[in-house]
Write a protein that binds this ligand. Structure first.
Ligand code: BGC
Length: 266
């Protein structure tokens, strides 16, 4: 294999699947197969750790010297997970970074899944060089968000949990891709829900660009043209791999101050 300095492993833990890959940090691309296992039922810490080990083993990266970045679907502050929307409540105020480091026997970099997808798109994708305010949202089991101003990430924005006054629930319960599947919506019906969500975000933030990530972004042509927004809206260049690439890229300096502090505190 080539010099380890340009490569890192990224693991993206989601509510439905745990994905991983080896990433070339200069190109911002996967240089291995993308390995995916289902998120264990209930998503308890020990089971998630076991699944992460399985992904690393399959990648042949369990013993490698490559830096390892792990992304998680919760608020991540100073190495602790502070929320749990689509995983077990055990993760609330849990020393997750330390837990993974102990369980895997190596140092890791650790951050929120949507934030790292945002980093990937700023460093290697749709938001690269974009001046002003970029709002990346991932549409999956939940809705994740990354707010990036002039290339700098504002971490843990959690905009999937905006309340929708009409039904008094989180936006993600209404407009995530899982809501489309659950309610068996057509693209048009789902796009009506997205229209509400993105109009609301547009009103609140006046962004310069929306980037849409998550697995469904590979079908962007089915729903993005149905949205009527003032803000340009594009799919994430790295689609559902943005989380893996962004997690891997945490090891490469210039991480936002908050994330750097998180790593140093571990
Ligand atoms: C979580 C976020 C996460 C998003 C996408 C939400 O339910 O609260 O932390 O980024 O899902 O996984």
């Amino acid at each position: 294999m080539a010099s380890t300095g340009t490569r890192a492993v990224g693991i993206d833990i989601g509510g439905t699947g745990i994905k991983g890959g080896v990433v070339d940090l200069d190109a911002g691309e996967l240089v291995s197969d993308r390995v995916k296992v289902p998120t264990p039922e209930g998503a308890e810490p020990d089971d998630v750790l076991g699944a992460v080990r399985q992904v690393l083993d399959t990648l042949g990266a369990a013993e490698s010297d490559y830096p390892l970045g792990v992304a998680f679907p919760a608020i991540v502050k100073n190495g602790r997970t502070l929320s749990a929307a689509n995983v077990s409540d055990t993760w609330i105020d849990f020393p997750a970074e330390q837990f993974f480091e102990k369980g895997l026997g190596r140092d890791i970099h650790f951050a929120n899944d949507a934030d790292v997808a945002g980093l990937a798109e700023v460093r290697y994708g749709a938001a690269k060089g974009v001046k002003g305010l970029v709002l990346l949202t991932t549409l999956g089991t939940g809705i994740g968000s990354a707010l990036i101003y002039r290339g700098e990430l504002v971490p843990n924005t959690e905009l999937g949990h905006l309340q929708r006054a009409k039904h008094g629930k989180d936006a993600e319960a209404y407009a995530a891709y899982s809501a489309m599947e659950r309610d068996e919506l057509s693209w048009k019906e789902w796009a009506e829900r997205l229209q509400w969500y993105y109009s609301h975000l547009e009103f609140l933030f006046s962004p310069d660009l929306f980037v849409i990530g998550g697995g469904v972004s590979k079908h962007a042509d089915k729903f993005l043209p149905l949205l009527d927004l003032k803000t340009p809206v594009v799919p994430a260049v790295h689609r559902n791999n943005a989380g893996i690439i962004g997690a891997a890229s945490l090891s490469r300096g210039a991480a936002p101050a908050h994330l750097a502090a998180t790593t140093a505190a571990s």
